[in-house]
Design a protein around this ligand. Structure first.
Ligand SMILES: NC(=O)C1=CN([C@@H]2O[C@H](COP(=O)(O)OP(=O)(O)OC[C@H]3O[C@@H](n4cnc5c(N)ncnc54)[C@H](OP(=O)(O)O)[C@@H]3O)[C@@H](O)[C@H]2O)C=CC1
Ligand SMILES: O=C(CO)[C@H](O)[C@H](O)COP(=O)(O)O
Length: 652
């Protein structure tokens, strides 16, 4: 609690209530109250009565008398002193060598409020004309406690309310002083930030958390978080102001930003940057665009702050129990944050953390972006397989869940398959919940960004594009309903044998392999372009647990990639053999699905990619001829050196 050996200096302009609040506080603390005005020499009082403002020479003997008095109070019970102390230099003089013994309480009121009060005062030697000069002289304090005298523009706080607020602020401050500095601070206590915070705490780290205040919507989020989750083993501090949050962190600081990607990240960075020191480490753990990360890292680099763009995958559950973590950017920053990142990450089958330094610049966020686009492909694939099982094989959601369960026992398990099984079994008022969910997909950007990057770099990414397009067209629900009514296409769903389900299982696996192969190829090619030297073997290992695309297949891929230098997944002999045996199942599954009138974009995309990729002689010769015909773009010939380019006058 508040220490009565201290001298509490209540300060602010004349009329702010220093005397009233000071006396009430002294009463509350059981210590004497003094008014600094009583220490003015006669000459100063006369000047003030005459309406002449005091100058600094006038104040010097007064300040010196006060210092003597404060010193004497400190050696006794302590005291409360009401004093204008408008300038920082006056406060420094008063504080002298007694910093540890003095607590500053600034009463902050606006001009109109104070003017009104002074106007209503009687018998006081201060003339209200001096108020403007007081406000002109006032230098608002940067340290100590500041109490706003009003609750909003009109409502003035009562003396009791102000005393309560002072006590509360001192308790917070004293607690904060006593408590060990936090090893990490998390900004943003939403789904990911909140769960990561609990994960950090469970690993025994001292933690500070911050969440913005949005009046009427997001109030006291950090305070409530601390109230709910404080424990006796580690210190947990909650803040709704960034400055004390930053102060509560051990230096060099480690700060994890977990807010909505885009403008919110820049806003937070702009606010915290002036509060940071060289060598602090700032981590953006959200799904930021990797080019934003590159920009932010460059900017932090100029002030020697280490910035990490970190992909974190695993959703709410992963964040809580162990996510897959993809840190990119400053190596120095990574070295500092590694201990915490490794501790909170999921562990692979060898108990190695699913977190490893990815590479420079925005590579961590790039890898997370590609992770998400593989995720998009897998999700869309499961949706297409579900549709074929439901409407071609005519199975119920429960039957499909059981079929998927069987697949999972045959080395095809994945987190996404597991959650799909649970989703299919979920009932709502006795009916399957899946049948009540609107078929309109949301998206937050990462799949779309991957598609754009792949296209921009000229990389074939059929399944990624197909899954993004599937989400795009799904969002046109109203239009789809209308066109379905106009066309009324009555496709005949072909009869299928029981073997259809086995074929679908093989098709599912084949497409999943192609989708992963496309994702890793995108990583490899962009890595080469940017000289990132991504270690795809390590990335596959990081993705074996904790993340949304963890699966039996990812375990296989990690094993294959661990064997040597990276090569295309589709070229490993084991995969070649598997694809050769099972590709016909994708063909027949597609045939039944397309004849039934179902859009199967990812399955089709995978088939297109695979057939195009495994075809030595494609139809691209005709495209080249057409380009040369209309645009004289030239072409190469198979019977001539590839260094030579030809043009034909096609019209002759
Ligand atoms: N949900 C998931 O499965 C995953 C999400 N991510 C990424 O993690 C990040 C956080 O996501 P998630 O936790 O799900 O999101 P939530 O919407 O649950 O939380 C967002 C957080 O950001 C804060 N915030 C939003 N706007 C601002 C702003 N302008 N200034 C300050 N703070 C702001 C929110 O504060 P307030 O509470 O006041 O609104 C809240 O704390 C995102 O980049 C997301 O893409 C990454 C992996 C998985
Ligand atoms: O990063 C994630 C999972 O790995 C997030 O859940 C992300 O929001 C998923 O993307 P989208 O919202 O576009 O489906």
């Amino acid at each position: 609690m508040m220490n009565s050996k201290k001298v509490y200096i209540v300060f602010g302009v004349s009329g702010c209530g220093k005397t009233t609040i000071g006396k009430a506080l002294a009463l509350e603390l059981g210590i004497p109250f003094y008014d600094a005005d009583d220490f003015h020499p006669e000459s100063n009082i006369n000047k003030m009565k005459a309406g002449t403002p005091l100058n600094d020479d006038d104040r010097q003997p007064w300040l010196e008398a006060l210092v003597d008095h404060i010193r004497s109070c400190c050696s006794k019970k302590g005291a409360v002193l009401a004093c204008s102390a408008l300038k920082q230099s006056y406060r420094e003089t008063l504080q002298s060598d007694l910093k540890e013994h003095i607590k500053w309480i600034f009463l902050n009121g606006n001009y109109n409020l104070i003017f009104k009060r002074l106007n209503e005062r009687e018998g006081h030697f201060f003339r209200k004309e001096l108020l403007a000069s007081q406000f002109g002289t006032l230098e608002k304090p940067k340290a100590g406690i500041s109490i706003c005298l009003t609750k909003n523009v009109d409502i003035v706080k009562s003396v009791v309310e102000i005393i309560e607020e002072i006590k509360l602020k001192f308790i917070e401050e004293e607690l904060r002083d006593k408590i060990i500095k936090s090893q990490i601070g998390i900004i943003g206590l939403g789904v990911m930030g909140g769960n990561l915070a609990l994960n950090v705490l469970s690993k025994g780290f001292h933690l500070s958390v911050f969440n913005r205040q949005v009046l009427g919507k997001e109030e006291n989020v950090a305070k409530n978080f601390v109230e709910t989750h404080a424990n006796k083993k580690t210190s947990l501090l909650g803040f709704d102001h960034l400055s004390p949050f930053i102060d509560s962190l051990e230096t060099p600081r480690t700060i994890l930003i977990m807010v909505k990607s885009g403008e919110a990240v820049d806003a937070i960075i702009n606010e915290i940057t002036p509060l940071l020191n060289a060598n602090d480490c700032v981590i953006d753990g959200g799904n930021s665009h990797y080019k934003d990360t590159i920009r932010r890292e460059l900017s932090f680099d100029t002030i020697n702050i280490n910035f990490l763009g970190v992909g974190i995958s695993g959703g709410a559950e992963g964040a809580l129990n162990g996510p897959s973590i993809m840190p990119g950017g400053s190596k120095k920053g990574y070295k500092q944050a590694k201990k915490i990142l490794d501790a909170i990450a999921a562990k692979d089958i060898n108990n190695t953390p699913c977190s490893a330094y990815i590479g420079p610049g925005g590579s961590g966020h790039f890898v997370k972006m590609v992770h998400n686009s593989i995720e998009y492909g897998e999700m869309q694939l499961l949706a297409e397989i579900y549709q074929l099982l439901r409407y071609v094989a005519k199975k119920s959601p429960e039957d499909i869940a059981t079929i998927f369960e069987n697949w999972s026992t045959r080395k095809k398990n994945s987190y996404l398959l597991e959650i799909t099984i649970k989703i299919l079994r979920k009932k709502d008022n006795g009916a399957y919940l899946i049948d009540k969910i609107l078929d309109k997909t949301g998206q937050n950007g990462t799949g779309n960004w991957s598609a754009v990057e792949g296209i921009r770099a000229g990389i074939p990414i059929d399944t990624i594009i197909a899954s993004v397009m599937a989400r795009n067209i799904s969002s046109r629900k109203e239009q789809r309903v209308l066109t379905s009514e106009i066309y009324r296409l009555d496709y005949k769903i072909p009869e299928v044998e029981e073997t259809f389900i086995n074929q679908l299982e093989e098709a599912y696996y084949v497409v999943s392999i192609i989708n992963h192969s496309i994702g890793f190829d995108l990583l490899q090619r962009i890595s080469e372009r940017n000289s990132w030297e991504l270690n795809l073997s390590e990335i596959a290992q990081i993705w074996t647990n904790g993340c949304i695309i963890r699966s039996d297949l990812m375990q296989t891929i990690a094993l294959l990639f661990s064997e040597g230098t990276y090569q295309d997944l589709l070229l490993f002999p084991e995969i070649v053999a598997l694809m050769k045996t099972n590709i016909s199942s994708l063909q027949t599954s597609l045939q039944s699905g397309l004849l039934s009138g179902f859009a199967l974009p990812v399955m089709s995309g995978a088939a297109n990619y695979f057939f195009a990729y495994t075809t030595a002689n494609s139809s691209a010769n005709l495209i080249q001829a057409q380009r040369d015909f209309f645009g004289a773009h030239t072409y190469q010939r198979i019977d001539k050196s590839l260094n030579d380019f030809f043009h034909t006058d096609w019209k002759i």
